[in-house]
Every structure is written in structure tokens, then in C-alpha cells.
Design a protein around this ligand. Sequence first.
Ligand code: TRP
Length: 462
Amino acid sequence: METKPRGKFASKLGIILASAGSAVGLGNIWRFPTETGENGGAAFLLIYICCILLLGLPVMLSEFMIGRHAHANAATAFEKLAPGKKQWHWIGRLGVVTGTMILSFYNVVAGWTANYSVCALGNGFNRMSESGDPKVFTDYFNSFVTGTYEPVAYLIGFMLLTHIIVVLGVEKGIERFSKLMMPLLFILLLVLAGCALTMEGAAEGLRFLFQPDFSKIDPGVVLSAMGQAFFSLSLGIGCLCTYASYFKEDVNLGKTAFSVAGIDTMVAVIAGIIIFPAVFSVPGMEPTEGPKLVFVALPHIFKDVFGGLPLLSYLVPFLFYFLLVLASLTSTISMHEVITAYISEVHHLSRKAAATLVTTICIVLSTLCSLSLGAGSEWTIGGMMLFDFFDYATAKWMLPVGGFFIAIFAGWFLNRQILWDELTNKGSIRFYGFKAFLFLLRFVAPLGILLIFLNELGWLAF
Ligand code: TRP
């Protein structure tokens, strides 16, 4: 059993920001617009918000309750709370596998953001716009991501940065970092949204994002919305469970969950308000263009809005991509932390040794994912490139499966008294609607996830 004292987060703001730091990342700014664009816009957004409220929040609270009650990482938590019931231990193990796969493709995109901030630092985007070629940003993106050595060098650099912070430990590494970065990113996003709204395609972009066309909804859209909700809130692998194990006893779990989900959803919607007006302003660009959307649409905003202003046209792109690097870093740290905590506590390795193992495995898998976009494009699984397969399998299937079992465990297996004690801090604070919450946790969340799966598999007649 664990005997070393576990680190603790020092302040309440730090807790919210660190959890939000895990939640807010490429999932909001890169994956959300990509999925929204590919799945028809506003109708997707609506289903996504329902998934956050009905499936995401109950699972998030479950992770918080399990983690804080057990004071242990995801895998050990199930062992502690369900001694002798080996079947539950698989939730933790599934989480570790899923986390490793997510980290591996996430890290590739994080490497792209690092490259973009280096490019902005060297005034690259302004120089590209001088060519006058409207496709210059698309060409840059395509040639960079399909390259062999450069994207791999960036992803290795990014992984090593994550590694160093994880090895430095919880409080020093994560908390200090999130406090500074999150508010700054939020302000910059608001400014960019304001800028995007002055572009000529703004009205069309907003209509795409906010005026639902219900004919676009099919089982695949619903599955994507559910996957995006789990991915964006960092649910399903015990990540927030591990974070909650560092929470103090007086943290209000309900409020924290609402704040984190609220901040996360707001950032995603603001990212949509930035991207879609830009997409509809650039001739020839479509919302369905997938992963390149953010990397091509944003340079267009920078060019159109700040083009004539020498200082801003240099500073804004750099600041944006740099903050995106930091937002990605707080997310990669959170995934790395889950896996490292599992390996070091379950297999009794030092944190450093465990982290080194995780970093090495992820660098190898990330490299394969990155190469699958260029030189290795023929390595496919089920017709998908490795990069796309990792994204598809984890977000759409493995995270919701994890979330399903976490909700079942908290709702049906954990003693009601434990749930009540965790939500009210042993009766010292109020938690409104406990019965309604139990209903959501026991019935709505697990059945919802199951029905969405069955629907996608074509076993229901919706
Ligand atoms: N939520 C993060 C984002 O939106 C990604 C992430 C971090 C994640 N930790 C996770 C996703 C755990 C799933 C599980 O960028």
C-alpha cells in the first residue's frame, strides 16, 4: 500500500484552474471546430451540450468522488474501494491504455502548435502573406504535417517538455502554470472572436454554428458529439480521478465540476466563433476540411485583421500559438500524470522511472502517428490512417466505455453514504438535487451511452 504522503493542490482557484487546464486544450480549440465542421454545425453543438449535461457532468462528479475518497490514482482507487472485486480494476487499466493512445496522437498536434509558434516568432506568417497566394497557409500546413523529420522533432520536444514537468511534481509543475496561462488564453480568445466577427463571412459562420439544421443529425453525429464531450472534459480514463486524489477535504466537488464544464464549453464555443466566420470568409475553404481548419483559418484572420499593423501582426499570432502550446501542455501533463501515477504506484517504480517509461512509449507511438500522415500513409487500420484510428477508437469508443463503467461503479457499487459525504463534505456544505443527481448517475448516463453505441451499430431503429 501507498505510504508516501501524496502532494496536494494548495488553493481552490488552483484546483479549478488545474482541472480546467486539463480539460481546456486542443480538444476545445482544434478538435471541437473540426468535429462541428464535419458534423453539420449547430445541430452537433446542441447534441454536444446535451451530452455535457446528461453524460459528462455525472461522470465527472463520479471521477471526483472516487479519486478524492480513495486518495489514489485511478487504478489503485478501484482496488481500494472494491477490495477483492477484480473486475473493477479493468477500468483503471483500460484508462491507462486509452490515455496512452490519446497522448500519442494529441502530442503530434501539440507539436504542430509548437512549430506554428516558432514560425510566428520568426515572422513567418507575415512573410507567407506577402506572396499573395491565397493557398499559401494551406500549402504550409500540408507540407509540414506530411513531412518526416520536422514534425517528429517537434513532437519529441513536446513530449520531453511534458516529461520534465511531470517529474517535477504536482504542485510546483501544474498549479503555478495553469494560474497564469488560463486567464491569458481566455482573454486572447475573446479578442480574436471580436476580430473574426468583423470578417465578411461572419454572419454565415455564426449561422452555421448556431442555427440548427436537424436533417443533419444521424447516429454518427450523435456518437461524435458524445465522444467530443468525453474528450473535451478529460473524462473516461480516470484523469480527473487522479487530480481529485490531490484535492483537499473542503473542496466543493459539485461546484468544481460545474465550473470546469462551464469554462470548457465556453472556450469551445468561443473557438467556434473564431473559426467559422473565418472559414466562410476565405474563398474555397469548407467547414468539413477537418484537422487543418484551425491551422489554416487562423492565419487568415491574422492577415485580414492585423495585416496593416506591423507590431500586432507579429505579436498576435505568436501569442496565440504560444498560449495554445501552453494549453496543450497542461492537457498532455494531465494524461501523462494518470499513466505515470498508475505505473509508479501499482508497479512500485520511482516517479522518474515510471515517467521515463511512459515518455518513451509515447514518443514511439506518436512518431508512428505522425508518419502515418505522410511517409507511412499506407499503414491503415480499418481503412483509417493510424493517426485517425487512434483518435476515432479512443474518443468515440474507449472514453465513453470508460465513462460508462465509472458511472456504474459510482452509481451502483459505491455506498450511497460515500457519495453523500463526498458531495457535501460530510454534511458541511449543501448539495442541491441529490436524488436527481443519483437518477442521472444510475440511469440516464449509463443508458444514454449504451443507446448511443447501439444506435451507431445500427441495432436500434432511430
Ligand atoms: N480534454 C483535453 C482537451 O480538450 C484532452 C485531455 C486531457 C483528455 N486529459 C484527458 C482527454 C483525459 C481524455 C481523457 O484538449
